[in-house]
Ligand binder design. Structure first.
Ligand code: AHR
Length: 323
């Protein structure tokens, strides 16, 4: 009787144990998932908001999140991915710093049966089965929206300086393309200078300082700044003020992201417009992870929709901004 009781208890424990490992293997719900997240860095307020969104969502869903900050270096992201593969994570979330150079490591992840969810930036690969899905904004459209707004504001004539994002990064390439498309329809709109400000406030300021002194020496009037993100635009605002000019009126400023600081600058009249690029990708990223782990199929691109906000709505919208 006593032995039968012990056997029964052992069987029960075994069944319970099997149940847990089954739900792990089946990936039912993400509470038991181990996920690697390779982030680019912390170059902008946008990037920090994206990191927070993914981290907070992982906590909410009970995911064991392995986080790696690549400090803007692709080689660090590749190392992180290899380490996630060695740790046999259930899925990888990757925000790729640049578009090219991912094939070998993505092949390794595929071989290990680990789905890779791309967030915010895309990759350039010959075989798109190397990643499961890309959750991102349409960067070309963002550039177009910024360009259209500026054409209207300047009545189709003006000298523009462009502060580009990280060289080789999808948003830098696409936002340039979209903006150029929009201004090409007005021959009076000229991009007179264009250089990377690396998506950071300090580099945006530095490049703008150089542009302002070069323009002064050349006798060139700068009518507008087009910055590929708000942080660089805010750096340009500082440079323009330090040069004794009024950002927002002497020089029109257009940027992309929609971070709180951009709304504050619009309320102060120092920035004219921002095109939103939503970084709150945590919920969508983990929905995709859960589906991929459960073997469900996903669309190759999940597009995040964006809006244009200008000074006329800034004060009203500012209190509702989440990042
Ligand atoms: O990939 C999105 C871009 O990267 C954001 O616009 C920018 O702020 C960030 O650093």
């Amino acid at each position: 009787m006593k032995i039968r009781g012990v056997v029964l208890a052992a069987v029960l424990v075994g069944v319970m144990f099997l149940g847990i490992s089954c739900s792990n293997n089946a990936g039912s719900g993400s509470d038991s998932l181990k996920v690697g997240f390779s982030q680019i860095g912390a170059e902008s307020a946008w990037r920090s908001a994206e990191t927070d969104s993914i981290r907070n969502e992982a906590v909410k869903r009970g995911v064991d999140l392995k986080f790696s900050d690549a400090q803007q270096k692709q080689e660090n992201q590749i190392k992180a991915l290899r380490s996630f593969i060695a740790q046999r994570v259930d899925a990888i979330i990757l925000a790729p710093v640049v578009e090219t150079g991912w094939e070998p490591v993505l092949k390794e992840a595929k071989k290990a049966g680990i789905p890779v969810i791309l967030v915010d930036r895309g990759v350039n690969v010959s075989d798109d089965s190397l990643y499961t899905t890309l959750i991102a904004s349409d960067f070309v459209e963002e550039g177009r929206m910024a360009g259209k707004w500026l054409v209207e504001k300047l009545g189709g004539n003006g000298n523009i300086v462009e502060l580009q994002g990280t060289p080789g990064a999808a948003p830098a390439i696409d936002r340039k393309k979209g903006f150029e498309e929009a201004v090409a329809e007005s021959p009076g709109m000229k991009i007179v200078k264009s250089q990377t400000g690396e998506f950071t406030r300090s580099k945006g300021k530095e490049v703008m300082e150089t542009y302002l002194s070069a323009a002064r020496a050349e006798g060139l009037k700068i009518d507008a700044v087009y910055a590929h993100n708000d942080d660089m635009a805010l750096g340009a605002v500082q440079a323009i003020e330090e040069a004794g000019l009024k950002p927002g009126s002497d020089i029109i400023i257009v940027s992309i992201d929609g971070v709180k600081a951009a709304f504050e600058a619009m309320v102060d009249g120092k920035l004219n417009v921002t095109v939103e690029c939503n970084p709150l990708l945590g919920p969508a990223a983990f929905d995709a992870v859960e589906k991929a782990v459960a073997g469900e199929s996903l669309e190759k691109k999940i597009i995040v929709r964006d809006e244009v906000f200008d000074q006329s709505v800034a004060a009203e919208v500012l209190p509702t901004r989440q990042y």
